[in-house]
Design a protein around this ligand. Structure first.
Ligand code: NAP
Length: 454
């Protein structure tokens, strides 16, 4: 298994449940720590969602499960080496990057990917040193999915409340000094087409000191339209109408939703920092796929903002040695069986699961069904596999990693890191205090149990 996020862990769980054949699963993870987006994506003030790690803990306790943290496939070990050492390999690497707007000014200082902000406040080592400057009073977030609402909530919520969570220490310090008072969400389509879940908007509306501003007219239009709304759309519209009609109250911070608004250019100041967004009003037309598409109306306005986040989706990245579909940002596959070349030829014993299989859509639980389906394909295919070579012996991979001098972290090492983080958090009243660099994790381990990590 390449990747220790939810898709990887759920697949491991289904494989280990099988009695015939009996699988042994080795999981490789680039970071010393497991759990992918459960650790580095789920917002720190959504602790309940993180309880899924209890299931992963149970999987990891299985005698036939091994964890190889701090091992990067494509660098420390090649995909070809994995194929030599294992009967089957599964890519569960998720979508490590983000989509870009492709508009002028996107490279200006102060314009960021929402996904980088998420990684930063969640102490993901890749984003530890991102230069998030929260000195502006207005932030614009482009896109209206659940990630957009997550980052809006983190920007608007009282830092004292965040201080009890497992938010990264560096992020909490920056948020305490933040001058952001207004977050404007730009939806390129209408209120019926927002991608977020109603409970996420409810969450923000319920925050102390925060008001949500929505224009009632477009929401009323949708609600009084010809129907065809599903339950989520209806609930979202009802909630937005409630918020639009609520008696105006003074609030320290505001979330404002702007519909039919597509950013077309970002303007910068002399220092090369974003200062305003040029927005085109849009109308909706049916696309060839039946989905309503936003089209520009030629009417423009400008909105001042010193901070802009594009929150328009994650993007899968190619892994050296594995096939990749550049257009879709996924590993090409047929129901999880990885394919290569133009002829959709199946690569025996090679699978993909989770976001890198189907694209960056769906919540953590969505990966469960995906994992089950891929585990079933793998079970079906076992009988067709060639007899294993000498490299398939389980300790051969340990020997190879040892020869290369890779400091592998085991699951027991992760448990120690976990305990250190929880202890450090307890000292300051937080759920946990995460290590934000790989060096900190490794030196923490050395302090905790010097003999085990030599
Ligand atoms: P998403 O749900 O796909 O939302 C992307 C948003 O960006 C949509 O509003 C989309 O609008 C907009 N967009 C796309 N391209 C655009 C462009 N060029 N210009 C302007 N707007 C554009 O993606 P996400 O928010 O990154 O979330 C990813 C997945 O993780 C989702 O399935 C989400 O539910 C899940 N997630 C769940 C939670 C939770 O349950 N709490 C938290 C975080 C993430 P259009 O509809 O017009 O394309």
């Amino acid at each position: 298994m390449v990747g220790a996020g939810p898709a990887g862990f759920f697949t491991a769980e289904f494989l280990l449940r099988s009695e015939s054949p009996s699988f042994a699963v080795d999981v490789f993870e680039r970071l010393p720590t497991p759990f992918g987006l459960v650790r580095a994506g789920v917002a720190p003030d959504h602790q309940k969602i993180k309880a899924v790690t209890k299931t992963f803990e149970r999987t990891a306790k299985n005698q036939r499960f091994r964890y190889f943290g701090n091992v990067e496939i494509g660098k420390d070990l090649s995909v070809a080496e994995l194929q030599e050492h294992y009967d089957q390999i599964v890519f569960a690497v998720g979508s490590a990057s983000d989509r870009r707007l492709g508009i002028p000014g996107e490279e200006l200082g102060g314009c960021h990917a929402a996904t980088a902000f998420v990684g930063w406040y969640n102490a993901h080592p890749d984003f530890r040193d991102f230069p998030f400057d929260l000195a502006a009073e207005r932030a614009v977030v482009v896109g209206v999915g659940n990630v957009a609402l997550d980052i809006s909530r983190i920007l608007l919520r009282s830092p004292d409340e965040l201080a009890k969570t497992d938010i990264a220490d560096h992020a909490l310090t920056a948020l305490r000094a933040s001058r952001v008072r207004e977050v404007v969400l730009l939806a390129r389509r209408g209120p019926a087409q927002v991608a977020f879940e109603p409970r996420e908007l409810e969450d923000i509306a319920g925050l102390t000191g925060v008001r949500v501003n929505v224009d009632a007219a477009p929401v009323e239009d949708e609600l009084s339209g010809s129907g065809g709304l599903d339950a989520r759309q209806k609930r979202n519209l009802e909630l937005m109408l409630e918020l639009a009609r609520a008696k105006p109250q003074s609030a320290e911070r505001v979330l404002r939703l702007e519909f039919n608004a597509a950013p077309v250019e970002l303007f910068g100041d002399e220092a090369g920092r974003v200062r305003a967004v040029r927005i085109e009003r849009t109308g909706l037309v049916p696309g060839t796929d039946g989905r309503l598409r936003a089209v520009g109306t030629g009417e423009f306005h400008e909105l001042e903002a010193g901070l802009v986040f594009r929150s328009i989706g994650y993007l899968g990245m190619p892994l050296v040695g594995a096939p990749f579909d550049q257009t879709k940002g996924v590993i090409p596959n047929l129901d999880g069986r990885v394919t290569s070349g133009a002829g959709n030829e199946i690569l025996p014993g090679t699978y993909a699961v989770g976001w890198i299989r189907r694209g960056p859509i769906g919540v953590i639980g969505t990966n469960k069904a995906d994992a089950q389906a891929v585990a079933e394909r793998m079970t079906e295919d076992v009988a067709t596999l060639p007899a294993p070579g000498p490299e398939a012996a389980r300790d051969a991979i340990d020997t190879l990693l040892g020869r290369r001098g890779i400091s592998v972290t085991t699951y027991a090492d992760w448990s120690r890191i976990d305990a250190l983080e929880v202890d450090a958090g307890r000292a300051t009243g937080k759920v946990r205090e995460k290590f934000a660099t790989v060096e900190q994790m490794m030196s923490g381990l050395l302090r905790a149990a010097p003999r085990d990590v030599e």
